[in-house]
Design a protein around this ligand. Structure first.
Ligand SMILES: Cc1ncc(COP(=O)(O)O)c(C=O)c1O
Length: 401
């Protein structure tokens, strides 16, 4: 704290936590950044963006640069409407809102659905971005374990029953990442999706379904969203960040039209960049989107496999992880006694970064043996270098080999 700020009482909503996510990214070429949840730069369709920016200005002219209202620009909204049936969903114009990244949609939906002091339930581990949004919104957060089929719904149901029986507060909101969960990479089974939808209807809470990674699906199969089982109790959120580029900051929400109308009132920037939407609209019209997704998934599958092969070769049975069928991350568990926060200091010296597990839990103690490794950003040679550096770091911090 410096002399100017030390007397000032900052908002109590400010979490007393270090920067995370993109805000925390720095460019240190000697460090292999497994910490970043970033797409591969090679995956960005740069030429298509160039052409689309030109077309947007040529065809839309000043309209692409003007203020506007409504759910979002026509071509982007039409694409969302056409794409959602893949997740077993239907969405009309009044149920859609294009937002400045999906993180904004998460924050806006949270403000619409909760008041300070309300209870929200999350998976354990869960995405730190949303946890921080919940903290700044003054919510009480409780977490529930996941297993290899995703959120343990039976435990959640038991907690709901107990709360009701004891006259305790029920949650207003449940936050779930159904596909390739960040950080665990686990996908929620269809049976559990159905069950969660039933519970939301029965116990009268909303589900915030964050489907950021749905298209990054190495098997090519799509399964129904939670929204498809209870559209009146789910806010479905997704993003162009992982499939086109995060720098364009475009995400969207699908929900009941009343929720969408209320969300518009909480939109801090008034509207989502019209120009960016026009550019993306032009692109989506012209590009073969399925072929683009196929290319991305082929690239990411190879990177995932290289990271897995290297981890197994170097660490043997010393570490464990589930093999994710898509998404960005491997969630690695180190042997008993290892503290990944301590290991991170050594890792940075050895030339690799990762996110230590404590960032994904409400209490840091739960995550001490875990590390989230992103396999999408680095190319194969960098992945190999990074895993070697990780191994060196594990030796330096006396991780049992
Ligand atoms: C699960 C999840 N949800 C939301 C986001 C935020 O994405 P956006 O760039 O659309 O704000 C991320 C980004 O990493 C994420 O991993």
């Amino acid at each position: 704290m410096n002399r100017v700020t030390q007397m000032f009482a900052f908002s109590k909503r400010n979490p007393d936590l270090p920067l995370m996510g993109a805000a925390y990214a720095t460019t240190q070429p000697e460090i292999m950044p497994f910490a970043y949840g970033f797409p591969a730069p090679q995956a960005f369709p740069v030429e298509a963006f160039q052409e689309a920016a030109h077309s947007a200005l040529l065809l839309e002219g000043t309209r692409a640069l003007q203020y506007t209202g409504g759910p979002g620009q026509k071509q982007v909204v039409s694409w969302i409407i056409e794409r959602t049936p893949l997740r077993g969903m239907e969405a009309g114009l009044h149920q859609i809102l294009v937002t400045t990244g999906s993180m904004q949609a998460i924050d806006m939906a949270t403000r619409v659905l909760t008041d300070e002091g309300d209870d929200v339930w999350v998976e354990s581990p869960s995405f730190f971005g949303t946890i921080r949004s919940f903290i700044t919104n003054g919510l009480n957060i409780r977490s529930f374990p996941i297993d290899d089929e995703g959120l343990c719904v039976e435990e959640l149901e038991a907690a709901l029953q107990d709360a009701k029986r004891l006259g305790e507060k029920l949650p207003k909101l449940l936050y779930v990442m159904p596909h390739y969960q960040n950080p665990s990479g686990i996908t929620l089974s269809v049976e559990r999706r159905k069950k969660l939808a039933e519970l939301a209807l029965h116990y009268d809470f909303y589900i915030l379904e964050d489907d950021a990674y749905v298209e990054l699906n190495f098997s090519g199969d799509y399964i129904p969203s939670i929204y498809s089982f209870a559209p009146e109790r789910v806010v479905y959120i997704s993003t162009f960040s992982k499939i086109l580029a995060p720098g364009i900051r475009l995400g969207w929400a699908i929900a009941d039209s009343e929720v969408i109308e209320r969300m518009k009132l909480f939109k801090p920037d008034g509207l989502t960049s019209v120009f960016v939407q026009e550019v993306v609209g032009q692109m989506l019209q012209k590009m073969d989107f399925s072929a683009h997704i196929k290319r991305l998934n082929e690239m990411y599958r190879v990177r995932r496999d290289v990271m897995i092969a290297e981890l197994r070769r170097v660490f043997g049975d010393g570490i464990t992880f589930q093999v994710p069928d898509g998404g960005f991350f491997l969630w690695v568990r180190f042997p008993e006694g290892v503290n990944t926060t301590d290991m991170l200091t050594h890792a940075l010296e050895c030339g690799v970064s990762f996110l230590d597990g404590q960032n994904f839990y409400l209490t840091g103690i739960d995550g001490t043996r875990y590390a989230r490794l992103c396999y999408t950003y680095c190319d194969e040679a960098s992945i190999i270098k990074g895993v070697a550096a990780l191994h060196e770091a594990s030796i330096r911090c006396r991780c049992p080999q």
